[in-house]
Design a protein around this ligand. Structure first.
Ligand SMILES: NC(=O)c1ccc[n+]([C@@H]2O[C@H](COP(=O)([O-])OP(=O)(O)OC[C@H]3O[C@@H](n4cnc5c(N)ncnc54)[C@H](O)[C@@H]3O)[C@@H](O)[C@H]2O)c1
Length: 321
């Protein structure tokens, strides 16, 4: 268990970062968050507030509001860091097609700055949050880590490039690093631009859901607590040799099946419009997680039905926020 460590979480005010923050702060770790609270979506202040409000006694953390593109942000760190979880990135496959330059600059330079900081300051481990999007449309499924990388969006290209830097810093500088390829993560505090939160909100409001394509595309939805466990297992592992690991649930369902399940949980009719398939969207994501199982002892626990129920319960409670 990671305990009494100094931990930097970049992007800690975001969806995944805030859950990792919550998990680690209750284990007496000293947490430093760097986040620029970008305006891609709102609710990041509330993410931090939800955690600090629930754990009144755990106020001892450092929230640095700053941009990783600006190296002076690291001067605000007031201790020796043991572990960095690098989660900050500009996400959004579709958004990236319209803003390729911004995504490229933000994601790659912020990662390079993190790795240089870690290298100069003898950080013991850097865990990088990559994405299943690096594979593009699979040639075979389930997709293992050796599958060819054919990214089909600027976002996916940026994640793959960062993985290469993560590996390079291990090979050339002996900096212990790992990349984790997340598969469509969902749960409480989920990003409002992603299907599960977006669709549940629309179902609540009896509004139409737009599905791009025929809805038969398969997604390997992975619940947030499984991803947080995977991040922590990777940080604890002796294997930090720049390698990448898939972190998925490995039991994909179609988007049509997803909406069907949501409508049952919410006890509301579904109202779907089908629109043209969007550029950048892959037809299937399906992880082979044997490598993470064997090396990291990663065993995802939360089924889509259980995870959707938890997400629904949270959203109902927080609907008017
Ligand atoms: N959510 C998913 O399904 C998913 C899937 C695959 C990979 N990932 C990766 O996981 C990580 C976290 O994703 P998320 O869903 O929590 O996204 P998020 O947008 O909720 O969190 C990212 C955070 O990083 C911050 N940020 C971005 N650029 C920054 C910069 N230059 N300086 C400082 N802060 C910056 C943002 O303000 C945000 O709070 C990202 O790297 C993303 O690419 C997410």
């Amino acid at each position: 268990m990671i305990k009494n460590k100094n931990i930097l979480i970049s992007g800690g005010a975001g969806f995944i970062g805030s859950h990792l923050f919550e998990n680690l702060i209750i284990k007496d770790n000293y947490i430093i968050i760097i986040d620029n609270f970008n305006d891609y979506y709102s609710g990041k202040e509330e993410n931090i507030e939800e955690i600090t409000k629930n754990y009144e006694k755990f106020k001892d953390f450092d929230l640095i509001r700053g941009d990783l593109l600006n190296k002076s942000v690291f001067e605000e760190i007031n201790c020796d860091i043991d572990i960095i979880f690098h989660l900050a990135a500009q996400p959004g496959v579709r958004y990236s097609i319209e803003h390729a330059g911004k995504i490229t600059n933000n994601n790659i330079i912020s990662t390079l700055n993190i790795l240089e900081y870690a290298d100069k300051n003898n950080v013991k481990k850097v865990i990088y949050s990559s994405s299943s999007s690096v594979y593009g449309n699979p040639i075979y499924t389930p997709v293992d880590e050796e599958h060819p990388k054919n990214p089909i969006s600027p976002y996916a290209i940026s994640k793959l490039c960062c993985e290469m830097y993560v590996d390079y810093f291990f090979r050339e500088n002996n900096l212990p690093t790992s990349s984790l390829r997340f598969y469509t993560v969902y749960g409480p505090r989920g990003r409002p631009d992603m299907a599960i939160r977006k669709f549940l909100n629309l179902i609540f409001q009896d509004k139409e859901i737009t599905i791009y394509g025929e809805g038969e595309q398969l997604r390997d939805f992975t619940y947030i607590s499984d991803i947080v466990n995977g991040l922590i297992l990777a940080a604890e592992s002796n294997n930090s040799s720049g390698e990448a690991f898939n972190l998925g649930y490995s039991n994909p369902i179609s988007v049509n099946q997803l909406v069907e399940k949501m409508s049952k949980i919410a006890n509301k009719p579904k109202n779907i419009i089908y629109a043209d398939k969007q550029k950048g969207d892959v037809d299937i994501t399906h992880s082979d997680i044997n490598k993470a199982k064997t090396i990291l002892n990663y065993h995802p626990q939360i089924s889509i039905d259980e995870g959707l129920q938890k997400t629904y319960d949270w959203l109902r409670k927080n609907m008017n926020k």
